[in-house]
Ligand binder design. Structure first.
Ligand code: ADP
Length: 492
């Protein structure tokens, strides 16, 4: 066990590492719609290497059944009471990379869609919440900390503390991680009361109520013993009205119990030296092959084949969050007056997609808009581009900028959330930096950062050392899991 862990345990008067149960709606590689799944899939493996027994409880979605059914073991089953409804629930067990995963099985609630949307999603995850609470005492595993993630599991601490007193083990602690505060699980109180039997007295602004709704994430913020989010800057930002989405009050009040841990990336999957998706592999000492990746990308997508022109790329969901309004405002100005190429890989809002398609027509041979989701192509873009643009309005953590740096592609980011915490802006006096940044959500500030990047591109020594510095930065998940380990220990 690490010395650091031992000394925290000593201070707490304990000798053993706590058992952790992670509860989440998705868990990679079993089920995934976003970054949450990566954290829930990677964290327990990494914690195991640190000596913890960390397990996961997650729904048995159809996508899991289709791929893993023969490896899954039935443990026990029971009936879950959800108001007037009584539903079958099976608890299955799967061992994946040495990590035990409990799967909550219900044909009724978990089928094709991980998230059903609207009211149905409320019922889906109210069921999951009740099932987890009823199952915990029978798992044959006694967690010391239940680690909840986002609104889908945020009601767990409240129900445990208000309805299960006595039946849960003593000293059980609850951690809530907020991956994106924009999603809170808001429903009418009558509906939530009907599903989960919440007493009237909790429907007040002090507990569950927010803007006339029962808010699952708020309940988590009130009742969890500790709250964290996916970057230190985002932890500060969500205490303000601009970012807090109505939860800034409770989060400010609990600011001593709120912290941020930045996520990492899977450095085995994202490795330019071994990545099978790349036409040529490279490392920071052999960057010539990165040029080959660029030429191959240009050839495949009909861009002028020039190694001397910088490619600015975006690999992203095309939504307002990602700062597309700034891109719309500045794209023509940038493309008309500068020798540059632009590669867009993404999908999302129709208007943004249409804007990029039209831009492709205007700048044939210089701009490519690939509208869609394509994992393999994303690797080629990270390797082939010179700069990755991420002008987000808000960004809890962000992974694209870390992947880009790993591939020696310099991020140009707005200083918010995890972007601020992971990208060190270029300092023209010291030469330090791993990318470029701008502070305000303003198209001209973004343009200035892009112009600075273009300027650096013309200076090979500056560009070379920035690329090396970016590739040397450590974004492995092991770094994050050590932070989580310490957080768990301090919670005891
Ligand atoms: P968010 O989770 O808010 O969408 P992140 O930066 O945290 O943003 O993670 C996005 C992940 O999804 C990155 O791994 C990125 O490479 C990937 N991604 C986003 N859009 C696409 C796309 N169109 N095709 C392939 N991968 C994509």
């Amino acid at each position: 066990m690490k010395k650091q862990f031992k000394s925290i345990l000593n201070e707490k008067g304990r000798s053993e590492l706590p058992n952790i149960l992670l509860a989440a709606a998705e868990c990679a590689p079993l089920s995934k719609t976003g970054g949450l799944a990566d954290v829930v899939g990677t964290l327990p493996k990494s914690l195991k290497r640190l000596g913890f027994d960390a397990r996961v409880i997650t729904p048995y979605h159809r996508c899991i059944k289709d791929r893993y059914a023969d490896k899954v073991e039935h443990m026990f089953d029971f009936y879950v009471n959800l108001g007037w409804r009584t539903q079958y629930c099976g608890i299955e067990r799967l061992e994946l990379d040495g990590v035990c995963i409990y799967l909550v099985d219900s044909e009724f609630y978990f089928g094709d869609k991980i998230y059903r949307g609207g009211m149905a999603e409320g019922e889906q995850y109210a069921f999951f919440t009740r099932a987890v609470l009823d199952a915990i005492p029978n798992l044959g595993f006694t967690p010391d900390i239940v680690h909840c993630n986002d609104w889908h599991t945020a009601m767990l601490p409240m129900l445990a503390k208000t309805q299960y007193n006595g039946s849960m083990q003593e000293g059980l602690r609850w951690l809530l991680t907020i991956h994106n505060i924009a999603y809170q699980g808001k429903f009418g109180f009558d509906y939530v009361q009907d599903l989960l039997g919440v007493e009237d007295k909790y429907y007040t602004p002090e507990f569950l109520e927010l803007n006339g709704c029962a808010d699952f994430l708020k309940a988590g913020c009130v009742f969890a013993d500790r709250i964290n989010t996916v970057s230190p800057t985002y932890a500060d930002e969500i205490k303000t009205a601009y970012f807090g989405e109505g939860l800034e009050g409770i989060l400010s009040a609990r600011s001593n119990e709120l912290s941020g841990i930045i996520n990492g990336i899977d450095t085995k999957v994202f490795n330019p030296l071994t990545d099978p998706a790349l036409p040529a592999r490279y490392h920071k000492g052999r960057l010539g092959n990165k040029k080959l990746c660029k030429l191959a990308l240009q050839e495949q997508f009909g861009l002028e084949q020039r190694a001397d022109v910088p490619i600015f790329a975006m690999v992203t969901r095309m939504t307002e969050q990602k700062g597309f309004d700034l891109v719309e405002r500045m794209l023509d100005e940038l493309m008309q007056y500068n020798d540059m190429q632009f590669f867009m890989l993404g999908s999302g809002d129709r208007d943004y997609e249409q804007f990029m398609r039209e831009a492709e027509q205007r700048y044939k041979g210089r701009l490519c808009a690939f509208i869609g989701y394509n994992e393999e192509l994303s690797h080629k873009v990270y390797a082939g581009a010179d700069f990755l643009l991420m002008p987000s309005r808000f960004e809890p953590c962000g992974l694209s900028q870390m992947i880009a740096m790993r591939y020696g592609t310099l991020p140009i980011v707005r200083e918010t959330g995890g972007l601020k915490d992971s990208v060190k802006p270029y300092n023209r006096f010291t030469g330090e930096g791993t990318g470029f940044s701008f502070a305000d959500f303003n198209a001209h500030e973004m343009k200035d950062a892009i112009m600075l990047a273009l300027d650096c591109y013309r200076k090979p020594e500056v560009m070379g050392s920035l690329v090396r510095q970016a590739m040397e930065a450590d974004f492995s998940f092991d770094r994050s899991s050590e932070e989580y380990a310490k957080l768990y220990l301090w919670m005891l």
